[in-house]
Design a binder for this molecule. Structure first.
Ligand SMILES: [Fe+2]
Ligand SMILES: [Fe+2]
Length: 324
């Protein structure tokens, strides 16, 4: 297989059903590869259960939650809540991919396996947050209800290729966000838990990235357009969380997730690995999408550079204040 072969056809003739059929063999190969490398792990082994106490309500010895009970940093708390609520919306994500990828054959096996693996993330994070009393448990539950009641609908409902492209980037984005949150949490137990989740997200990214590679080979023009649409309009799945904008701004300043990280650690590595900007032999629509993608990446890099300058100035101000 080569990335430089001229496209067999451009947009003509491809339907989601035909694409699903054409990609089924790759899904099966990737699923088998994934099952060989994915190691089972036990969420309960990552939770500091001996730190836990009863909460008031029904227990006479219940101890009310207080912010002073946890050593997790403020930025760590903010990011943990955003990341957990994002994981919590798994039923909506499952619905989304089950509708687009189907529940039969290798596609269906992947959809269910992926859902089961993702389920661990919300379980272990909630157990950790409650046992370690890192965040207000009542507020966390109210946020979960508000967020899940909204459901999640992807921004790119047009096609399964959009969905494949979105998850290839999104799994990596989640990996980076979990990993950086762990590093900045101030708690080695939290860091270890989030490193384990980040490892899962990396394997998910590999699955979808390899699938996207195959899609770029069999339907390059359509896949290129899907990648362009997804990259240009990318939003994290947690954008519906109450107070998301504020939390996202804090996570940007805290260097957990910002424009620079999005460009350097998420978009660029996937595009480079798949040689998306170098694929030749595209039809007019694919070529236009490739050009727009290149322009967008340059623009984003320039925006990120402005952000870098602002962030450096802010850090210098903080350092000066701390010294004086
Ligand atoms: Fe996850
Ligand atoms: Fe994942």
């Amino acid at each position: 297989m080569t990335l430089t072969s001229p496209s067999l056809d451009s947009s003509a003739g491809w339907t989601d059903a035909r694409l699903l059929y054409a990609l089924e063999e790759v899904v099966e190969q990737e699923l088998n590869r994934h099952l060989k490398v994915a190691k089972d792990w036990m969420p309960h082994e990552y939770v500091p259960w001996s730190d836990a106490r009863n909460f008031p309500g029904f227990f006479e010895d219940g101890e009310a939650w207080d912010p002073s009970q946890s050593k997790v940093t403020d930025i760590g708390k903010t990011a943990l809540v955003v990341n957990l609520l994002t994981e919590d919306n798994l039923p909506s994500y499952h619905h989304e991919i089950a509708s687009l990828f189907g529940r039969d054959g290798a596609w269906g096996t992947w959809v269910h396996r992926w859902t089961a693996e993702e389920g661990r993330h919300g379980i272990v994070m909630r157990d950790y947050l409650l046992a370690s009393r890192a965040v207000d448990p009542d507020k966390l539950e109210q946020f979960r209800m508000a967020h899940m009641s909204e459901g999640f609908e992807s921004d790119n409902r047009h096609s399964m290729l959009h969905s494949v492209a979105y998850v290839a980037f999104q799994e990596l984005a989640t990996r980076i966000s979990h990993r950086n949150t762990g590093h900045q949490s101030g708690d080695p137990v939290c860091d270890r838990m989030l490193a384990r989740i980040a490892h899962d997200e990396n394997l998910h990214m590999l699955f979808y990235r390899n699938l996207l590679r195959a899609a770029l080979e069999i339907a390059p023009d359509l896949a290129m357009q899907a990648v362009r649409d997804v990259v240009v309009d990318f939003r994290m799945p947690g954008h519906g969380i109450p107070g998301f904008e504020r939390a996202a701004a804090q996570m940007a300043i805290g260097e957990i997730y910002n424009m620079r990280i999005h460009h350097d650690d998420v978009l660029e590595p996937v595009l480079r690995n798949l040689k998306v900007l170098e694929i030749s032999g595209l039809g007019p629509e694919g070529l236009r999408a490739q050009e727009e993608l290149g322009l967008f990446m340059n623009g984003l890099d320039a925006e990120a550079a402005k952000f870098d300058v602002k962030l450096a100035a802010r850090k210098a101000r903080m350092a000066a204040r701390a010294a004086g």
